[in-house]
Ligand binder design. Structure first.
Ligand SMILES: *[C@@H]1O[C@H](CO)[C@@H](O)[C@H](O)[C@H]1NC(C)=O
Ligand SMILES: *[C@@H]1O[C@H](CO)[C@@H](O)[C@H](O)[C@H]1NC(C)=O
Ligand SMILES: *[C@@H]1O[C@H](CO)[C@@H](O)[C@H](O)[C@H]1NC(C)=O
Length: 163
């Protein structure tokens, strides 16, 4: 398997695993509200968005150090992407919000659009054979959205059973 593809695949698996674990532990709590922990800090979306923008700014600075020609090549920015991803997760939890959540998801998708939309368009417009890595980069937001929907449905089903 292409090492880039392999890394992204692993990212997806880790993410899916996180979702499942969170889903399981959270159904034990009474509050199934998607964007906040049932205890401690109250999730404030204004604060959350500010934190995400700070992660985004750092990612933009990091990505600007990558040569423009390499900005569609995951090998050249996987470390920066990891830092960004870690930053969103840590800070979401630090301000008392559930990770992932729709605000964070929308933000990550906007970052993907900003940086990687050119990568896909070129390929699509010139009808090159699809590059697996790029396909996956495009699929990640789709996967995030799908995972979110599945988790919400699954959690609400479980709460119906428990109720
Ligand atoms: C969220 O945080 C902002 C900025 O600190 C504050 O102005 C706002 O009142 C807070 N909102 C809630 C619902 O606590
Ligand atoms: C990405 O960069 C690496 C390292 O420079 C290179 O070996 C690889 O061929 C590049 N992949 C693509 C698809 O350009
Ligand atoms: C995408 O392409 C457009 C037009 O060539 C360019 O203006 C823009 O800066 C590019 N965006 C990125 C993130 O490279």
């Amino acid at each position: 398997m292409d090492p880039n593809l392999h890394t992204l695949f692993k990212l997806c698996l880790i993410f899916a695993n996180t979702l499942m674990t969170r889903g399981l532990s959270d159904t034990d709590g009474a509050d199934l509200s998607f964007t906040q922990w049932p205890r401690l800090l109250q999730c404030n979306q204004t604060v959350l968005l500010l934190e995400m923008e700070r992660c985004g700014e750092r990612f933009i600075i990091d990505m600007n150090r990558v040569q423009p020609d390499d900005r569609c090549n995951l090998t050249h920015f996987i470390r920066e992407y990891h830092v960004f991803s870690f930053c969103t997760e840590m800070n979401t939890e630090r301000v008392g919000c559930f990770w992932p959540n729709p605000v964070v998801e929308r933000f990550i998708i906007s970052i993907h659009k900003h940086f990687f939309s050119n990568c896909s368009l070129e390929r699509v417009l010139f009808a090159d054979p699809p590059d697996d890595t790029l396909t996956l980069l495009i699929l990640i937001p789709v996967f995030l959205t799908l995972a979110m929907v599945v988790l919400v449905v699954w959690c609400s089903k479980r709460s119906d059973i428990l109720a």
